[in-house]
Design a protein around this ligand. Sequence first.
Ligand code: SF4
Length: 344
Amino acid sequence: MSTSPPLLELRGLSKTFTERRGLSVQRVHALRGVDLRVHPGEIVALVGESGSGKSTALRLVARLTDPTGGELLFRGERVPLRSRASAGYRKQVQLIFQDPFASLNPVHRLGYHVLRPLLRHTKLGRAAADARVLELFEQVGLSPAAEFAARYPHQASGGQRQRVAIARALAVDPTLILADEPTSMLDVSIRVGILNLMRALKRERNIGFLYITHDLASARYIADRTLVLYAGQVVEEAESNELMREPLHPYTRLLLSAVPKPGGNILSPLAAKSGAPNLRDPGGGCSFAARCPEAVQRCKDVAPALAPLGGGRSARCHLIEPSRLIRPQATSGSAEPLSLVASR
Ligand code: SF4
């Protein structure tokens, strides 16, 4: 785990939307008290299915919407949450969108999309900015750069467009990049190239990434730490390899059991019931209780807290008791794995 101060810190961040249907007004609790940290040179994945709150979290950090509670700190300073983000914040925090087809203007050449932020947010003159565009194209693997810069978006593949989007984000030397499912609309064959590019940027430029995805396999590949979101709450957090090797929360196990593996899944699929979480009335118990194959009566009555388990790991489940977890010893390497406590 990184010991440097966090670039980004969320403290109890919440977002409730108001939904009007005719005369009735309902509140939708999209995000509930999320804590999260991203350090320089670290990739943190926020994983969950549709409606888990991961995109809402990203929109809050990008300052595209205001939270209803909690705090957001950037480099240790509180970010004002009820006003427009400062130019400094918008320069330091860049966004890569999910859809590389919609994020570029079809009437402009690819080079223009990177030139514009350079002219707007840096002191470079036109000739220096043009040269920098070519440098950035080379850095993201668009070579020969001059040829790609002269193309229009329809003359580039999805992967090439996403590389332009990354070059555009890099143009202003950001310290944090918010990546919103950046590979989900790309062919499987070119996804790994984009993920490798993000890993190289983290390593070579010490950029922090908040990586939003529904895909645990890509989180395992790229992220240092992973937070699993369900119904607007973090239900498990751990170092990514540890989380994938030994998922503790029933929802994480459910997500992981659905990831296809060559030669079969490592976990047998859980017999979870289907159904979306109720974000309008989360109730007093565990949000996952209606679907959870492990649920007991207490789960329906009492909401579990997110309990720290040591080593940066935490989980929100009544059946996971920190005192009963046996953690691997760094020296022996033969300790028993972490496990769910089967006490009912
Ligand atoms: Fe399942 Fe209960 Fe744990 Fe919730 S608290 S995840 S319902 S076992």
